[in-house]
Design a protein around this ligand. Structure first.
Ligand code: UD1
Ligand code: MN
Length: 347
């Protein structure tokens, strides 16, 4: 087999001006990429010309360095906006165009310069790449679970479909990029991918236990979010043998049945004080929410994300948000249309 056939994806670390962060990221990536280097050609894309980042990146001969310099000044559109989110979006567009169109890769995994990866990160993406080839309703594969805090996760082998783009260590194919590149937004690219008009009802694969850890306390956004939702994330620390795993349960038709079956088995809990009631019941439980405000009241009782984007709660599949509370027991927060969407009758 020639070299191109054995490649799974290019890996790019998006960097800018944090040399210490970049070093922590590259060390973590090289620790595992080294063994699979021919499958995963490694790139660093630097936005701007911070000399320390540039020097550090150029000091590694295991990677290809790319540099993005804005041709014209980047401008925000509304008062009070941070320019960083415009710079980030324009850097992403440039870097992905380079990798897909100039270097002609068929898949790219995107990391940022404030991430560490899990020991089975590359095996996970290789298995997921095969899944994506078979199921075109999977728009991208992510290594991230937004509700992947230590107190909400249990099983490192379980993957989910989600209608909500998780980002933070993710892989896309050239055909998806062909679609997104011409209309790529000026800012907030990740929230833009969460709009129905862009994902068009396709889903994302996410793990229960994260395969990336985000240590970026000092970045474009504020520290409070970091301490609440990023710092307590569990990074997977076991080597799952993804090559031997049967992932066919994640294919669209099968997944609806699979997910419906586990949801149907959960015991319903009614009324207020969901957390208290849930803790008095054995086994999996489900809590029905009426609408977005109702969800926003229930989710904080458990401590999971209450935020929605374009009608979808973070991590949701067909309106259902699932997490472990306390592990290994599963809690399902179930939307008003979820049973219908999942073909569940008689509940
Ligand atoms: C958040 C997201 C991030 C997303 C970004 C865009 C989290 C934890 N992070 O970024 O995944 O890409 O919003 O909406 O949700 N960078 C540049 N140019 C700049 C500044 C930063 O290319 O001028 C790069 C950084 O090197 C990094 C990435 O953009 O790779 C994100 O920057 P960061 O400062 O970490 O911002 P977050 O608020 O975490
Ligand atoms: Mn960050």
């Amino acid at each position: 087999m020639d070299k191109v056939q054995t490649q799974v994806a290019a890996v790019v670390i998006m960097a800018c001006n944090r040399a210490d962060y970049f070093e922590r990221t590259i060390k973590s990536v090289l620790k595992y990429q080294n063994a699979v280097a021919s499958k995963y050609p490694l790139f660093v894309s630097q936005d701007g010309s911070d000399p320390q980042v540039r020097k550090k990146a150029l000091s590694y001969d295991q990677l290809t360095y790319m540099q993005h310099l804005d041709s014209k000044p980047v401008q925000t559109e509304r008062p009070g906006e941070l320019i960083a989110y415009y710079k980030i979006a324009s850097h992403y567009k440039w870097a992905l165009d380079e990798l897909f169109y100039k270097h002609k890769f068929s898949r790219v995994i995107i990391l940022e310069d404030d991430m560490e990866i899990a020991p089975d990160f590359f095996d996970y993406f290789e298995a997921a790449a095969a899944l994506m080839e078979k199921d075109k309703t999977i728009m991208a594969v992510s290594s991230w679970n937004d509700n992947g805090l230590k107190q909400f996760v249990h099983d490192p082998e379980i993957l989910y479909r989600s209608d909500f783009f998780p980002g933070l260590g993710w892989m896309l194919t050239k055909s998806t990029w062909n679609e997104l590149s011409p209309k790529w937004p000026k800012a907030y690219w990740d929230d833009w991918l969460r709009l129905q008009e862009n994902h068009k009802g396709r889903q994302f694969i996410r793990p229960e236990v994260c395969r990336t850890y985000n240590f970026g306390e000092h970045g474009s956004s504020l520290g409070q979010f970091f301490r609440e939702y990023l710092e307590p994330i569990k990074l997977n620390d076991v080597q799952v043998d993804w090559k031997s795993k049967d992932l066919s349960y994640l294919m669209e038709d099968e997944y609806i049945r699979h997910f419906a079956a586990i949801l149907k088995n959960a015991k319903p809990i009614y009324g207020a004080d969901a957390v208290l009631k849930a803790s008095n019941v054995q086994g999996d439980v489900r809590v029905q929410y009426k609408d977005q405000p109702d969800f926003e009241r229930i989710a904080p009782q458990f401590g999971v994300f209450q935020e929605w984007k374009d009608g979808v709660p973070r991590t949701a599949y067909k309106g259902v948000v699932v997490f472990r509370y306390p592990p290994p027991r599963r809690v399902f927060l179930v939307g008003p249309k979820s049973f219908e969407l999942l073909g569940i009758k008689g509940v």
